[in-house]
Design a protein around this ligand. Sequence first.
Ligand code: PLP
Length: 429
Amino acid sequence: MTAPPAPGHAPAMTDGAATHLWRPYTQMKTAAPPLEAVATQGSRIRLRDGRDLIDGIASWWTAVHGYNHPHIAQAVSRQLAAMPHVMFGGLTHAPAERLAARLASLLPGDLDHVFLTDSGSVAVEVALKMAAQLWLNRGVAGRTRILAFRGGYHGDTMGAMSVCDPEEGMHRRFGAYLPGQVFADLPVDAAATAALDALLARHRDSLAAVIVEPLVQGAGGMRMHAPEVLATVARLAARHGLPLIADEIFTGFGRTGTLFACEQAGIVPDILCLSKALTGGTMALAATVARSEVFDAFWSDDPAAALMHGPTFMANPLACAAANASLDLFETEPRLAQARSIGECLASGLSPLRDVPGVADVRVLGAIGVVQLDHAPDLATLKARLVGRGVWVRPFGDIVYLTPALTISPDDLAVLIEALVATVREKAA
Ligand SMILES: *Cc1c(COP(=O)(O)O)cnc(C)c1O
């Protein structure tokens, strides 16, 4: 016999509104139920009710080649027939070997040592752990803290959360649970540069590394900075003898107009994290890539000096096959040119919003177009209006943005831009 639910309890599973699934970042009691997707193709998501939505954000920035690219599908089905998965402890396989070699040759400098995991947050955890263990392996104790930048986002696991913006809700809630890190503003001017330099000098003996999202702080608010700012971060980290971790999970694979954002500043970080578009939006995979100087600190006769990490599904062969196929497409199809021409369309299409009341800023970099409002709108209404116009866009906070597939057709891109412009104007009216 079960007691009736007390007031405030969730409805029983038999209630039509209820589901066994626990949704991400969603107050399930008040949110509209999610839309059910049944199929994808190109830049379209087909819903259960037969509607097609044009995806304006490429499934959280992952589907750079659009959905269901046949080249990736074929590579994954071939791999599925041969070997879907095998453990990576003590074993290796061609899809992972090939992917690591290709990433090493595409990434700048001697970023040559690739550790494969299964999500962006874990790639960041591994980077933080690499940095901390790097100092231990060198015989230096007490250097475990990370200098991170306000406005940043690096993931949802504990270590990754600890380097996200300190004012964010997650920090306020989990503060006591998280390691205490050091936060700075990005060195966008002389005063901020001097402040960062002083902060690094003050905390140097307790710091293991500096972490930054190159050129765009993504989920923290889609804020962009000039390549010179990134170059300044790299220069100051080097001046204070600290490894630099570049979190390219959002920016990697063409999103900013170059294959990697770091290229635009001409810097080579010591550790670099990749995930989101690594498999072209098809499978969970991430990489933490280190320069030789970092790797060499782990190369030793001492077993305890080995990198102490190894997820069960690391280097999953299906995901590696998808990533290799995605890299093929970057070689054979003009993704970077597509990113730049999307950027031109976004810039000309969104700029009229600059004069609309309630719009604080319009900014574009590569294939990222951002409209920032004066204050956070009623997100549920905004999202519903965008869906009503046949587009899938996920505004957050005071930000409405487009990060479409790099393969999106000019017509679909025009529909996305028109829908966004009309929705923002409607809000202003
Ligand atoms: C999405 C993201 C992460 C976290 O990746 P998950 O795969 O969601 O764990 C980390 N850093 C940046 C910059 C991201 O955009």
